[in-house]
Design a protein around this ligand. Structure first.
Ligand code: TF8
Length: 338
């Protein structure tokens, strides 16, 4: 995968998908149709990843598996899609981990503020023992978890004023994901958080039901939040993964060779999608600036104020999530900075 081939990535202009590597996989002679639905739009890195997944699976199954892609929550938002997988009415989805913490409490570790200082550390955690064990642990309750890609680092946007410190958040109505730690984060910072499905968010921002929201730059741009949110702050407060899920009912119908093909394709999608996401992230931030969005980049000292204020969130959640897991992730960061 070459970096130069991606240097032309822009919201409107995507590089060609990488070639598919690997031989054709023999199935059982049957044809399969997989419906794969995601929450973000066609111009997201997530959708780009989905297109690559489709290309790999169709090519390597010699078109015996057809992947039908759906974006923008066409077949439901994150939580509805997960329920549809459990019911067997949808085959695949890739939600943020955050709305799933009520099903899988350890996913809450991804909601802790500032736990993943760099994308490389996130990769080490997701692709290493911790992430791979989490995929196994989440392969229950009618779901099979087969890979990680990324939503990415979250940034705050709002309609009211520039935010440079927690004091600027006083009373600001911020939409959060349906997740208790996110509620805790924004309450602790002095904002007035409201959990809401992503599918309802644009309208809520447009109508002033909420003043702000937080999501990665790509999502801000691909969902056109910048059209109704003139201010942004580069907080990088949380790194959110996407988890690739298959309905267990679908999974059990597939021959083992095709199950392995889906695992391989999910891994390749994850590597590619994270790469596209990171390149697009920087370019889109610049595009948003050029388009007149007022983006506040925090100094390290200003970030430290947010971090200090959020320290109590760790005290509240450490035991519930598992202090050991948090410590193992922190240890990965230390190894990396040497
Ligand atoms: C959120 C998430 C979403 C994604 C996507 C819609 O804010 O960050 O952007 O989970 O599936 O709800």
């Amino acid at each position: 995968l070459s970096l130069t081939s991606l240097s032309a990535v822009a919201a409107t202009e995507m590089p060609p998908l990488p070639d598919v590597t690997g031989d054709v996989v023999k199935g059982d002679g049957n044809d399969y149709n997989l419906k794969f639905n995601i929450g973000l739009t066609q111009s997201s890195a997530q959708y780009r990843g989905l297109e690559y997944f489709k290309k790999i699976v169709e090519q390597r199954s010699d078109d015996h598996i057809k992947v039908q892609t759906f974006h923008s929550a066409q077949l439901g938002d994150d939580l509805q899609s997960v329920s549809a997988l459990q019911a067997g009415t949808l085959d695949m989805t890739a939600p943020s981990t955050s709305p799933m913490v009520s099903m899988f409490p350890q996913f809450a570790v991804f909601d802790l503020p500032f736990l993943f200082p760099t994308p490389e550390i996130a990769d080490k955690v997701l692709d290493g023992d911790i992430g791979q064990q989490m995929l196994k642990d989440a392969s229950t309750k009618g779901l099979v978890a087969i890979g990680w890609s990324e939503n990415g680092y979250r940034q705050l946007t709002n309609s009211e004023h520039a935010v440079t410190s927690p004091a600027d958040l006083d009373g600001l109505k911020v939409r959060t994901m349906q997740n208790p730690i996110h509620l805790d984060i924004w309450r602790t910072l002095g904002a007035n958080p409201t959990p809401m499905s992503f599918a309802e968010l644009f309208t809520a921002l447009e109508q002033g039901v909420v003043d702000g929201q937080e999501n990665p730059w790509i999502t801000i741009e691909s969902s056109k939040f910048n059209e109704v949110q003139p201010y942004a702050t580069e907080t990088n407060h949380v790194y959110t993964p996407f988890i690739t899920l298959v309905s267990e009912r679908t999974w059990n119908r597939l021959p083992e060779s095709y199950q392995q093909l889906l695992r391989d394709a999910a891994k390749q999608m994850g590597d590619y999608e994270r790469h596209v996401s990171r390149v697009m992230n920087d370019q889109i931030k610049q595009e948003l600036k050029d388009d007149g969005m007022k983006i506040t980049e925090l100094t390290p000292e200003q970030v430290a104020v947010f971090q200090q204020d959020l320290a109590p969130v760790y005290d509240d959640w450490r035991d519930k999530i598992g202090g050991d897991l948090i410590d193992r992730i922190r240890a990965e960061s230390k190894v990396d900075s040497k």
